[in-house]
Design a binder for this molecule. Structure first.
Ligand code: 13P
Ligand code: SF4
Length: 302
């Protein structure tokens, strides 16, 4: 065991801490995490852990959601600057306008959103539970925020609902181009194409399988294929390679790197555990308002 890992183990025991990490953080951070997964899995874990301190290695909306769900815990983030640009891509005024226009509307908020946006929503969803959660809603109209691409992908699976879209997007996933995916497919004709639903529809139609980060990782493990073209952030490849050492994973675009997720480092985790900084702090009124759609998601997703 290296020195940094030893120090982390010591600090975790000393401070009664647990480390949660998303699949997009650097491999070295994934390796020292107690729990790794997609946003849905991590939010469930954050709500349940019994340790006094949660170190959340991801981006701001993930740390905020952990704090909303488990407020008595100290929630530390290795770098508070790690933020998801899409989480800000809807205006509160637009939500209000939709509510004024459509009586029977549910404002469905992708978990990739700020606490303030969640506070104006009826229910949260993640990529792995959006279909089930929305199907369980009594409303005919669904205003899906902030991500247009995930919203459109889910809308095709729920024709009984009328979706209204916002124009938010993930700059990383939408940078993946058809031309690059097709080139990769020419180079590796046997490869299966796997895509996250934040990709543009023109990529999703090419995919053999579409799913959340956890779903994509699980798929590569159980599929008999030896080659995969990965249309999501490249961090997932770390766990894919660990689970299936003989298989090959190809990223079609150089832009498949989320710079915010990569701000998480082992050294920053050590600093956070030593100093209890930076910690996620939240106004209590905002926390309670944002918590409601998160709790509704957890209740409807199962
Ligand atoms: P998952 O919930 O699939 O892990 O996605 C989170 C995310 O930020 C994708 O860009
Ligand atoms: Fe946000 Fe995209 Fe990074 Fe996911 S990959 S955290 S959606 S910017």
């Amino acid at each position: 065991m290296d020195e940094l890992t030893e120090r982390i183990l010591q600090l975790k025991a000393e401070k009664d801490a647990v480390i949660l990490a998303h699949y997009y953080v650097p491999g070295a951070v994934q390796d020292i995490a107690d729990f790794i997964g997609d946003s849905y899995y991590l939010s469930k874990i954050a709500a349940q852990v019994t340790e006094k301190v949660i170190v959340f290695c991801g981006v701001a909306f993930m740390g905020e959601s952990a704090k909303m769900l488990n407020p008595e815990k100290v929630v530390l983030m290795p770098d508070l600057k790690a933020d998801c640009p899409m989480a800000h891509m809807v205006k509160i005024r637009d939500i209000q306008k939709i509510r004024e226009t459509y009586e029977d509307v549910a404002v469905v908020c992708y978990i990739n959103s700020t606490a303030e946006i969640k506070a104006h929503a009826d229910v949260c969803v993640t990529s792995s539970n959006a279909k089930n959660v929305i199907a369980a809603l009594p409303n005919r109209y669904i205003y899906f925020i902030p991500d247009e691409h995930l919203g459109r992908y889910i809308s095709h699976q729920l024709p009984e609902k009328t979706f209204l879209f916002n124009d938010g997007y993930c700059p990383i996933h939408t940078s993946i181009r058809v031309v690059d995916v097709l080139k990769m497919k020419r180079d590796f004709p046997q490869a299966e194409i796997l895509a996250h639903p934040e990709c543009k529809e023109e990529i999703l139609v090419l995919a053999d399988f579409v799913g959340s980060t956890s779903d994509l990782v699980a798929y590569t493990e159980k599929s008999p294929s030896q080659d995969f073209i990965i249309c999501t952030e490249i961090g997932v490849i770390h766990e894919m390679e660990k689970r299936s050492p003989g298989k090959s994973f190809h990223a079609p675009s150089v832009g498949q790197v989320c710079p915010d997720m990569k701000l998480n480092t082992v050294e920053k985790i050590i600093y956070a555990l030593e100093t209890f900084e930076p910690a996620v702090e939240m106004d209590e009124v905002l926390r309670q308002k944002g918590l409601q759609p998160l709790e509704r998601m957890l209740a409807l997703a199962e």
